[in-house]
Design a protein. Structure first.
Length: 205
């Protein structure tokens, strides 16, 4: 027996109604998006490095440092600005950029806690330390000035005022200031580094 052949159904002619319906179906279904391979930087396990921001270092300005020194000695911002011929608003902006003015409520408070290198006499020798702030640096300056006066006059009263006083370094270690006259004479006879009234500021940011 021969196989039974299926009868093919006659294809319907595309009428105007059927073409409209097909066109509407195509319009409703959005086109398929083509899959793209993920770029190398966006693959799993790969983190894009964020660009590092480099801090712009401010150039040291001698006039600004003079105004800062005057304010450290107790003068107001307006008086310090007049001493260098700056408008007070300009000086305020410069101090804010250097981080020397900090906001406390509605007021701007001046605070100079930049690290400085100073030379002190302690433990029978001369040391170069890094201290933080103007107050600690001024103590070291006063002690060195008193030691010079003692060496020139040989009067103990210049050293006795610093008896029991210590200087705190930036790392938190405390150094007692030398008041022994014999130790001061020995240090003066050695080749010690020069001491300056204006300290070297290690950071100007």
């Amino acid at each position: 027996m021969g196989r039974h052949k299926r009868k093919r159904r006659p294809q319907k002619r595309a009428t105007r109604n059927t073409t409209r319906a097909a066109f509407k179906r195509r319009a409703r279904t959005p086109p398929k998006r083509r899959k793209r391979s993920t770029p190398r930087r966006q693959r799993v396990g790969f983190r894009k490095k964020k660009p590092t921001r480099t801090k712009t270092r401010l150039r040291p300005n001698p006039q600004i440092e003079i105004a800062v020194r005057e304010m450290n000695r107790g003068r107001s911002l307006t008086a310090a600005a007049r001493s260098i011929g700056f408008p007070p608003k300009n000086l305020q902006a410069q101090l804010r950029r250097r981080g020397l003015l900090k906001r406390k409520g509605k007021r701007w408070v001046f605070k100079d806690d930049r690290p400085r290198k100073v030379v002190i006499t302690t433990g029978g020798r001369s040391r170069t330390l890094t201290v933080r702030g103007y107050d600690e640096a001024s103590i070291a300056s006063a002690h060195q000035l008193a030691a010079k006066k003692f060496l020139s006059t040989n009067q103990l009263k210049f050293l006795q005022s610093f008896k029991g006083r210590v200087l705190e370094a930036a790392n938190g270690r405390r150094y007692p200031l030398e008041t022994d006259p014999n130790a001061v004479h020995r240090v003066a006879a050695m080749d010690s580094p020069p001491f300056h009234e204006i300290y070297e500021i290690t950071s100007t940011t």
